[in-house]
Design a protein around this ligand. Structure first.
Ligand SMILES: *[C@@H]1O[C@H](CO)[C@@H](O)[C@H](O)[C@H]1NC(C)=O
Ligand SMILES: *[C@@H]1O[C@H](CO)[C@@H](O)[C@H](O)[C@H]1NC(C)=O
Ligand SMILES: *[C@@H]1O[C@H](CO)[C@@H](O)[C@H](O)[C@H]1NC(C)=O
Ligand SMILES: *[C@@H]1O[C@H](CO)[C@@H](O)[C@H](O)[C@H]1NC(C)=O
Ligand SMILES: *[C@@H]1O[C@H](CO)[C@@H](O)[C@H](O)[C@H]1NC(C)=O
Length: 365
């Protein structure tokens, strides 16, 4: 790591109030046009490092996503509850902290996602306890924020707990549709909430008939066009939703052969595959690779599992998958490390990024 910059979200927000966002000319139309050119990351320089480490004390990454316009990676820095912006070419990390949440042990940053249509990024600052108690204790604030990586400002922020009224929680994965909406899922129990393109309000878009927060549900969400896919982590099954519908209705997406998907976490439809390859991070197993040839996701072919690298330090968990350039990387975290006194995370200083591109290609061949 050459250099780590620490930045404060409050200051970035102040810049926003000063009007920089407006001068940056953020609009869905313009950005959709920009991203159409580079949404598959073809304009980013080739990234040929193979396996590498991000050396940053207590990074503990839960989730990562690739910005194919600015050629950088967004990182949910789990235990520190901060937001990382990593330049993989220069090995440079910016860390944005959220005063009141960052380094407060109740808060975790799980979900981060880049929106290929607007070029914006979304981050969720949630409650670690929801996951650590398997949904028994879902109390505490959950916040979702929209970040403009070009003007380096936050555009809006919402208190998800105000909407969920403490009835459901565990919000941890995010996706976006072509109309500019943001969708994110909750795990205890399964839920999908939606935010309109202007960021006016958070509304529940899909909730189960019975809301029981000790039931584990959706752990991952991804989309292609107007098709949203979720992974029910308890059932090990995928569901499809129509993003244009007023309310979400789940339709099962059977996968064949019906391999078990266990300990599922984030899911991704990497840009480079154009929406027809779905990667599922499974905490204790690795990455499952599924395909829908026409990207309709009416059903899925289960192509195989890319097992976790056995040489990783003990306790390793596969938590997410991210594209970098034209490569695909498995993201690894450690939930069980002993917390270093006076901090909120374990003592690791180096976090491996495992290049699984060739193994995915072999399964697709
Ligand atoms: C996490 O927080 C600790 C302070 O508790 C700090 O030393 C460390 O640099 C932070 N790590 C990251 C990746 O922000
Ligand atoms: C539930 O979790 C919150 C924070 O996430 C914590 O402040 C509270 O003490 C916990 N309650 C119990 C009963 O453990
Ligand atoms: C978020 O909403 C909850 C529930 O209404 C409330 O108790 C809490 O104070 C709010 N937090 C913030 C930071 O506004
Ligand atoms: C909620 O789900 C748990 C299983 O996680 C079950 O034991 C409990 O009875 C359920 N509660 C209600 C009210 O249905
Ligand atoms: C990190 O902590 C573990 C135990 O929690 C210990 O075994 C290990 O030596 C520590 N590593 C460093 C570099 O301090």
């Amino acid at each position: 790591m050459r250099r780590i910059n620490f930045l404060h979200a409050a200051l970035l927000l102040a810049a926003n109030v000063g009007g920089r966002v407006i001068s940056a000319g953020v609009s869905v139309g313009t950005d959709a046009a920009t991203s159409a050119l580079s949404a598959r990351g073809s304009e980013c320089p080739p990234f040929e490092k193979g396996n590498f480490n991000i050396d940053a004390y207590q990074l503990y990454p839960e989730n990562m996503d690739w910005d194919a316009n600015l050629c950088q990676v967004y990182i949910g820095i789990l235990f520190n509850a901060s937001f990382g912006i990593y330049d993989p070419y220069k090995d440079h990390l910016d860390v944005i902290s959220f005063p009141g949440n960052t380094l407060v042990k109740e808060f975790h940053v799980g979900g981060v996602a880049w929106d290929k249509y607007t070029g914006l990024a979304t981050v969720i600052i949630g409650q670690g306890n929801a996951f650590e108690t398997a949904g028994a204790n879902i109390s505490g604030d959950n916040i979702i924020k929209k970040y403009d990586p070009r003007s380096k400002t936050f555009l809006w922020s919402h208190n998800i707990t105000e909407v969920a009224k403490g009835e459901y929680g565990g919000f941890n994965d995010i996706t976006h549709d072509a109309a500019g909406n943001t969708f994110f899922c909750g795990t205890y129990p399964e839920s999908i909430l939606k935010i309109d393109p202007k960021g006016t309000a958070v509304v529940p878009w899909y909730l189960p008939e019975t809301i029981n927060h000790t039931v584990r549900g959706y752990s991952g969400i991804a989309s292609h066009g107007d098709t949203i896919i979720t992974l029910d982590s308890r059932l090990g099954k995928l569901f499809r939703f129509d993003a244009t519908a007023a309310k979400g209705t789940p339709t099962p997406v059977p996968h064949v052969p019906e391999e078990a998907i266990t300990g599922g976490d984030a899911i991704r439809l990497p840009l480079k595959f154009g929406g027809n390859v779905l990667l599922i991070a499974e905490n204790r197993r690795g990455v499952s690779v599924l395909r829908s040839q026409d990207a309709s996701w009416k059903s899925a072919e289960y192509l195989g599992l890319i097992p976790m690298d056995p040489s990783l330090p003990s306790g390793a968990l596969t938590t997410s998958v991210t594209q970098i350039g034209q490569k695909i990387y498995a993201v690894t975290d450690w939930f069980g490390d002993q917390i270093v006194a006076g901090t909120v995370a374990g003592n690791k200083t180096s976090f491996p990024m495992i290049d699984i591109t060739a193994r995915i290609d072999a399964l697709l061949a």
